[in-house]
Design a protein around this ligand. Structure first.
Ligand code: SF4
Ligand code: SF4
Length: 174
C-alpha cells in the first residue's frame, strides 16, 4: 500500500501505535517511519533515550514507550517528517497532536485550521495551540483535534486568503 500510494495501510499504521494504556496516560510519540533507510537523527535527538535503532542504521526506529514523555523534540530532527505526538489525556473529547510542519505562512496560535488526513483531505477543524520554531529545524505545531480523529489527522491547511500573518510574536522555541 505504502509503496504504491505513499499512504500507509491500516495494518501498517496499527504497527506504529503505542499501547492503548500508554496513550491514555499522556503524550506519546508515534513513528510512521515505515521503510528500512539509513537514517537515525531521531535517536540522538531524544533526551530520554527512548528511541533505538540497533547496530544496523537501516533498521526502523523502536520506541520505548515507558521512557517517552511526548516532548516532541524528535519531530523537529526527523528529515522524513515521520514522527507525531498524540496526547489523549488533553480533555475528555479532544486530543492534542504535535505535527511537523514545513509550509509558510505558519499559522498563529489560536487560529482555526483544516485538519487533514493522510490523503490530504480535510476531515475536521483544529485549533492551533502552539507554534514551536527551532532554528534551522522543522517547525512543530501543537493542534487540538476531536479525540476520535486523532489517529487520522496528520496535517493541516491554513485558509488560502493570500494573507500573510504577523510572525513577530506568539511563537515559542523548542
Ligand atoms: S517525544 Fe521526546 S521523549 Fe518521546 S521519543 Fe521524541 S524526543 Fe524522545
Ligand atoms: S529520523 Fe525520522 S526518518 Fe530517520 S529513522 Fe528516525 S523516524 Fe525514521
Amino acid at each position: 500500500m505504502l509503496i504504491q500510494t505513499g499512504i500507509p495501510s491500516p495494518d501498517e499504521i496499527k504497527e506504529t501505535l503505542p499501547s492503548p494504556e500508554r496513550l491514555e496516560q499522556g503524550p506519546a510519540a508515534i513513528f510512521e517511519c515505515f521503510q528500512n533507510i539509513p537514517c537515525n537523527p531521531c535517536v540522538d535527538a531524544c533526551p530520554q533515550g527512548a528511541i533505538s535503532i540497533g547496530d544496523d542504521i537501516n533498521n526502523r526506529p523502536v520506541l520505548d514507550e515507558s521512557k517517552c514523555n511526548g516532548c516532541g523534540i524528535c519531530l523537529a530532527h526527523c528529515p522524513g517528517l515521520s514522527i507525531f505526538v498524540v496526547d489523549y489525556s488533553y480533555s475528555p473529547n479532544e486530543a492534542l497532536l504535535k505535527l511537523p510542519y514545513e509550509y509558510l505562512p505558519l499559522p498563529l496560535p489560536g487560529q482555526q485550521v483544516s485538519a487533514l488526513n493522510r490523503k490530504g483531505q480535510a476531515i475536521a477543524t483544529a485549533q492551533v495551540k502552539r507554534v514551536q520554531q527551532n532554528k534551522n529545524k522543522t517547525t512543530v505545531l501543537w493542534i487540538v483535534v476531536p479525540k476520535n480523529l486523532a489517529m487520522d489527522i496528520r496535517g493541516i491547511a491554513t485558509p488560502k486568503e493570500g494573507k500573510h500573518y504577523d510572525r513577530t510574536s506568539n511563537y515559542l522555541s523548542l
